[in-house]
Design a protein around this ligand. Structure first.
Ligand code: 5AD
Length: 342
């Protein structure tokens, strides 16, 4: 299916739309994304905010700006926020995130759902943040093929594939709704690898998935393999097929229309919704800092007025025939079923 073209490709998208409508309906859930710090202790070869990138200007948003962005999400009826950052695990950082989680719950009368995306942390940290009110966690496996994973990361303890797997298992055991995902169109990645990724998701029994095209960043070691990359059009087409196939294989999970899709096609995310995704994460990071949270090239909307962007986005999504899940957490049906079984 991932290789389908022409009529086969069309049938694939028809099938995924049918399953999406039947299993999760035509609701789209919004999560306000706040990239609250690009300080990172890791050195992943693909990522623009890797520790060794001296050209990255580092920032950490002050509490008031994070909480203002959450208030904005709440007032715009988004229902949930995602707090994302580079990977830091010192005590000050852990305490700060914990405080922020409580403050967000308080400012929204428990209304806002909180998803975290702060990398690998200890079991104790994951538990503490969960007990303070975060209930979903995103930690991409990046690729489920261990030998490819090793090509994308330094060979040391901080970047070990088995630690990543262990972190995913701990998150699930702690009680989070678990999200993972991969990059699509990486150098050295084959379509078999991507098929393996889908089986990996199924096997891990995830609740949510975010995947997007790999997009090169000039200041990273992986940029030297630019000649191995598929065109952006092909990476987009492959990403859309991954979403469609995943919708068929795991009909009741939440699938995000990722930001990276938007950076290679102005309507990439809308196309992803049509292919089977049901979650969108508009970026609420204040624009000066948003520019610095630069994982890859071509990040969109860097100077736009956030309110105008959100209004436009909501209108556009409704005009495509979707209903917006205003003020709802929008947990995946899969997670609810999983909870009912335990
Ligand atoms: N291209 C696309 N996605 C990237 N990410 C990091 N660097 C890149 C890149 N160059 C993704 C990773 C990470 C998420 C936050 O951003 O998958 O998990």
């Amino acid at each position: 299916m991932l290789c389908a073209t022409g009529d086969d490709e069309k049938s694939l998208f028809e099938k995924s739309q049918e399953i999406r409508a039947r299993e999760v309906g035509d609701k789209v859930y919004f999560r306000g994304l706040i990239e609250f710090s690009n300080v990172c202790s890791k050195d992943c070869f693909y990522c623009g905010i890797r520790k060794s990138n001296r050209n990255a200007i580092r920032y950490t948003l002050p509490d008031v700006e994070i909480l203002d962005a959450c208030r904005f999400a709440y007032e715009n009826r988004m229902g949930s926020v995602v707090l994302q950052s580079g990977e830091i695990s010192n005590t000050a950082f852990v305490n700060r995130v914990d405080r922020l989680i409580r403050a967000i719950k308080q400012l929204s009368n428990n209304g806002l759902g909180i998803t975290l995306s702060c990398g690998e942390q200890s079991a104790g940290t994951y538990r503490r943040w969960f007990e303070s009110g975060a209930h979903r966690y995103l930690l991409r496996i990046e690729t489920s093929n261990e030998s490819l994973y090793k090509k994308l990361h330094p060979c040391d303890d901080l970047h070990s594939y088995s630690h990543r797997i262990e972190a995913l298992n701990i998150l699930k055991k702690t009680g989070y709704q678990l999200g993972t995902g991969v990059m699509i169109g990486l150098p050295f990645q084959t379509v078999e690898d991507l098929a393996g990724d889908i089986l990996f998701f199924k096997n891990l029994d995830i609740d949510m998935c975010g995947m997007g095209p790999y997009v090169e960043h000039g200041d990273t070691p992986l940029a030297q393999y630019g000649n191995l990359l598929k065109t952006k059009e092909k990476r987009l087409a492959l990403a859309l097929k991954m979403i469609a196939v995943l919708r068929i294989v795991m009909p009741d999970i939440n699938i995000a229309a990722s930001t990276a899709l938007h950076s290679i096609d102005p309507f990439g995310r809308e196309k992803a919704l049509t292919a089977g995704a049901n979650v969108i994460m508009p970026n609420l990071t204040p624009s000066d800092q948003k520019k610095k949270y630069c994982l890859y090239e071509g990040k969109p909307h860097l100077d736009d007025d956030i309110q105008a962007v959100i209004n436009e986005m909501m209108k556009k999504i409704e005009s495509l025939g979707f209903e917006i899940g205003y003020n709802q957490w929008g947990d995946s049906k899969h997670a609810k079923k999983r909870a009912a079984h335990h």
